[in-house]
Ligand binder design. Sequence first.
Ligand code: PA5
Length: 376
Amino acid sequence: MIKLNFNSEIDKKGGAKLLKEIAMDPMGGWLMLPKEIDTGEFVRIKEAAKEIRDSSEYLVCIGIGGSYLGHRAIIEALRPQSETKIIYAGNSLSKRELDWALDKVGDHDFSVNVISKSGTTLEPAIAFAAFKEKLIQKYGEEGAYQRMYATTDAKKGALHDEAAACGYKMFVVPDNIGGRYSVLTAVGLLPMAVAGVDVDKLLEGASDAIETAVEPALRYATMRFSLDGRRYDTEIFASFEPATMYFNEWLKQLFGESEGKDKRGILPDSVIYSTDLHSLGQYIQDGRRNLFETIIDYPTDEMNAKVVKAVQMAHAEGGIPVLTIGVPSFDEKGFGELIYFFELSCALSAKMIGVNPFDQPGVEAYKTKLKELLAE
Ligand code: PA5
């Protein structure tokens, strides 16, 4: 169970009302997902994962934002064993990165999992075009189509239409789950299963959290809300395990896109200690006092545990509110719980400050401008 080292006066009745609002929201499908996962789809995901592992040395995962950060976070943290290596593409518009990924795959056998809910996002679309060409060159059109796995909307979008027309295997991002809340759908489950993550255990952890995480999430969201009210406008997510760097990235996206709107929201940032004690550590200890720190305390070795204590003490003395979230285990179950805890905390936090946790108008603004520039 997630353990918090801080207390906050929670309004249980108010919390229950917010939970009800989330459950009723057209984008609140993630709330019960771990218990209500479509078993037919889950079986297809595991079959596809086996097929990919049997046929491919590489799986190229193409996607950006919520379509990639969650599964990368878990795969990088747990370093599972699989003969099939995961390569990421389509998460920037850098030609250098794309060329690197194409070169890395080289002449090896590979498959592609292209992930885009809208099916229209530019970054994955460009990378997919390049890898599709490579697949066709290597395996011919029919062989290539058998190595393409599309995770997208059930009914609409350019990717959906192409996948349906060409017969790629298709997996669904449910209508009622947005990108950054989708890691426990096919978006994350297929790449994680290929990489060797025990996805049953991950879902088990998340499923347990449906009951156990409610009170800690409400406590954490309430504490964030009160700190925000006291002008602490920056939250530093701190971890002492370097392998969780991408979990921090997922957290920044989750909170940044969910809360940062209508000129409101806490700015999320992240550090890995002790590494960053030798860089941002100075600012955190001594700089402007507008930030609070949320330590994600994974089970760790004795030496590292001492660093956790030292940081908690030094930063508290430096005038920083330090919140600590204790993670029960560094495995699939622990991460399942943690994912659910943060998704719930984030949605509750956004509701408390009065913004919609499930839209991202700011991301759309950049997409529109880029399209205008490219049209010129
Ligand atoms: O969380 C979100 O909704 C976004 O980060 C999206 O995941 C991201 O913009 C990618 O969108 P799509 O999956 O439609 O390509």
